[in-house]
Design a protein around this ligand. Structure first.
Ligand SMILES: [Mn+2]
Length: 557
C-alpha cells in the first residue's frame, strides 16, 4: 500500500476489510461504485420517469421525508428532474405532525386540482413502501406512482413500480443503500438515457444521506462518502451554493471529514426537521443568491439553538421524573413522558436521555400529545439484547393500541390515536412484554460476555497529534472510531473543571514535552505523578480546531 494510505489501510484491515476492498476504497474508489443498472427495477423506473419528463403537459410530484436522508433524496430527485423535464416539477415534504410517509392530505390536494387530461406522476423517495392505501387512492384517480425507498416492506406492498432492495423483490447486493443512494442510482440511469451530466456532482448529498441514516459501511458506501467528502473539500462545492455556505458557517472549509458531517452539518439540517421546518433546509440547497444563503444559514443556526434549548429543558424533565419515583422504580420497567406537541421532533433524543439517568432501565418512550394523535419514539437499552422494539410494536399494532410504527430493534417511532386508555394499555403491555422476555431469557442459557481485554488499533507518538496524521485516515468513515495507544506518558498534574467536577484537565509529559488533555465525565482517575498509558481517539481540540488532542477512552497503569 502507498505510504500515504498506510495508516488508513491498517485501520480498515483491523475492521475486517479484505485486501481487495481496501485497494478499491483507497486507490480506485470508482471501482467500488456498482453499476446502477444492477439495482432491481431501477431501469424501469428511470424509463417511466423519462416518459413524463419528455411530456410538456406532465406534472411530477416528488414526495420526500423530513430527515436528512429524505431531504437529500428529495433534493437530488428534484434537481435532476428540473434539469430534464419539460413539464412541471414539485418537491413536497411532510410535517412531523402529519406522521411519516406519503399522507392522504397531500394525495387529496394533488387529486383535487387534477383535470381530466393531466399526466401526473408521484415519486416517493425515502418512504412509500408502507403506503398501500395512499398509492391505491392515487392510482384510482389516474395518477401514476413510483416508490423509491430503502425501508423494509410489510406483507402487503403498494401496487406500483417499486425500487427498494428491502422491498418485495429482495436485492441483498443493495441492502446497504440509503434512500438517497437509491435515488442517486435511478438518476444515474435517467441521466444516462439523456446522455447528460455527471451524477458525481451529487455525491456530497449522498454522503450526507448515508451517514445520517447510519448505513452499513460497505465498500460501496465508503467510496460514495469518500467521493462526496473530496468534492466538499474541493472548489467544486461552490457549485452547490447553499451547502457551501453551511460548510463555511461551520468553519469546515477544506476540512470536511465524515465526523464533521456527523457532528456539525447533519445535526443542523436535522434540527430543521425536528423543529417542523425541513423546507428551510431544502430552501438552502436550492438557494441561488449569497444573501439568500446567508439569511437561511443564520435561520438554521437559530433553529438549531432553539432545538438545543428544548432538548435541555426536556432533559431536566427526564431527570426530575426519574428521581421523583426512585423508591418504586424496580416494580416498573418502562419509563415514559407525555409532552406538549412542540417536543414532537425530539422525542427520540429525550427517550435516549432516560438511559443516561438510569443505566439499567430496559425501555423508555416519549410521546408528544397532539390533539388527535400521539406521536412518539421508543428506545430499547442495548444492554438487553433480548428486547426488540419491532416485535413489541408489531404486537401493539395488532392489539390496536398504536396505528403506525417504523424503525429498528433499539429505536423506533410510532403513533397512537389520542386516548388516555390507549396510553395506559400500552404501558401495561410493555411491562408484560419485558417480564416475559426476561423469563424466556433466564430459562435459556443467557451468557454475559466478560471480555475485559483492551483493544487498540496502533500506537502513536507525541508528533501524531497533528492535522497531517488526522488527515491520513479521517477521510474514511468508521463505525468504530480508531483507538490509539499512547504509551508510557507521565502525568505531571491535573485540575478539575470549575463548572463540572467530573471533567479534569491533565498535563502529561512525554519526551520533555507537555501535552494537556481534557478527560470528560467519569472516565478520569487519580493518576498524578504516575506513568500511564492512554487509549482514545484523536480529535480536533474543542478550544482550537487547528490543534489535535485525545478523546480518552481509558487510562491504563
Ligand atoms: Mn432513509
Amino acid at each position: 500500500m502507498i505510504e500515504k494510505y498506510k495508516l488508513a489501510d491498517t485501520l480498515l484491515a483491523n475492521r475486517g476489510y479484505t485486501e481487495e476492498e481496501r485497494q478499491h476504497i483507497l486507490l480506485e474508489p470508482y471501482k467500488s461504485i456498482q453499476n446502477p443498472y444492477k439495482l432491481k427495477n431501477a431501469e424501469s423506473a428511470a424509463k417511466l420517469i423519462k416518459t413524463f419528463c419528455d411530456n410538456h403537459n406532465s406534472e411530477i410530484y416528488v414526495f420526500a421525508d423530513y430527515d436528512v436522508d429524505g431531504l437529500t433524496s428529495g433534493f437530488i430527485m428534484g434537481d435532476v428532474l428540473n434539469k430534464l423535464s419539460k413539464g412541471y416539477v414539485s418537491v413536497l415534504f411532510p410535517n412531523r405532525s402529519d406522521g411519516y410517509g406519503l399522507n392522504f392530505y397531500t394525495c387529496q390536494k394533488i387529486v383535487e386540482h387534477k383535470s381530466e387530461d393531466d399526466n401526473i406522476l408521484v415519486i416517493t423517495v425515502d418512504n412509500g413502501i408502507t403506503c398501500v392505501e395512499q398509492v391505491k387512492y392515487l392510482k384510482d384517480n389516474g395518477i401514476q406512482v413510483i416508490v423509491l425507498d430503502h425501508h423494509e416492506s410489510k406483507d402487503i406492498v403498494p401496487d406500483c413500480l417499486i425500487v427498494d432492495a428491502h422491498g418485495p423483490d429482495k436485492d441483498p447486493a443493495h441492502y446497504h443503500l440509503c434512500g438517497c443512494s437509491i435515488v442517486f442510482k435511478v438518476c444515474q440511469i435517467l441521466m444516462d438515457l439523456y446522455n447528460k451530466y455527471d451524477m458525481l456532482d451529487y455525491t456530497p448529498f449522498v454522503a450526507l444521506g448515508t451517514l445520517a441514516d447510519m448505513m452499513d459501511l460497505t465498500e460501496e458506501n465508503i467510496s460514495l462518502i469518500r467521493y462526496g467528502i473530496d468534492y466538499m473539500n474541493s472548489d467544486d462545492i461552490k457549485k452547490w451554493k447553499g451547502l457551501y455556505w453551511l460548510i463555511d458557517y461551520c468553519g469546515l472549509n477544506d476540512r470536511v471529514y465524515p465526523n464533521s458531517l456527523k457532528f456539525d452539518i447533519i445535526p443542523k439540517l436535522n434540527a430543521c426537521g425536528r423543529m417542523n421546518n425541513i423546507e428551510l433546509a431544502y430552501s438552502l440547497f436550492t438557494a441561488e443568491s449569497d444573501s439568500e444563503c446567508e439569511r437561511i444559514t443564520n435561520t438554521i443556526a437559530e433553529l438549531n439553538d432553539k432545538r438545543k434549548d428544548l432538548t435541555k429543558s426536556a432533559k431536566t424533565l427526564v431527570h426530575d421524573a426519574i428521581y421523583a419515583r426512585s423508591d418504586e422504580w424496580f416494580d416498573d420497567h418502562v419509563f415514559y413522558l407525555a409532552l406538549q406537541p412542540e417536543y414532537s421532533g425530539i422525542c427520540g433524543v429525550i427517550a435516549t436521555q432516560a438511559f443516561q439517568e438510569h443505566e439499567r432501565l430496559p425501555i423508555s418512550f416519549v410521546i408528544a400529545q397532539n390533539s388527535d394523535v400521539y406521536t412518539g419514539s421508543i428506545r430499547i437499552n442495548d444492554i438487553y439484547p433480548f428486547l426488540d422494539s419491532q416485535e413489541l410494536l408489531n404486537q401493539e399494532l395488532n392489539a390496536g393500541t398504536i396505528n403506525f410504527f417504523g424503525g429498528h430493534k433499539c429505536a423506533a417511532g410510532f403513533s397512537m390515536p389520542a386516548n388516555e386508555n390507549n396510553l395506559n394499555n400500552f404501558v401495561v403491555h410493555i411491562n408484560e412484554y419485558i417480564k416475559n422476555k426476561f423469563n424466556e431469557y433466564v430459562s435459556g442459557n443467557g451468557q454475559v460476555s466478560t471480555d475485559n481485554s483492551i483493544y487498540y488499533d496502533t500506537e502513536i507518538t507525541y508528533d501524531d497529534f497533528c492535522e497531517s496524521f488526522y488527515k491520513s485516515y479521517a477521510f474514511i468513515p468508521f463505525k468504530d472510531e480508531p483507538v490509539f495507544y499512547w504509551k508510557d506518558v507521565y502525568c505531571m498534574s491535573s485540575h478539575t473543571s470549575k463548572s463540572n467536577p467530573l471533567n479534569i484537565e491533565y498535563k502529561f509529559v512525554k519526551d520533555s514535552r507537555i501535552k494537556d488533555i481534557w478527560v470528560w465525565g467519569e472516565k478520569n482517575k487519580n493518576i498524578d505523578k504516575q506513568t500511564v498509558g492512554l487509549l482514545g481517539n484523536i480529535v480536533p481540540d474543542f478550544r482550537n480546531r487547528n490543534r489535535y488532542t485525545m478523546d480518552i477512552q481509558d487510562i491504563v497503569r
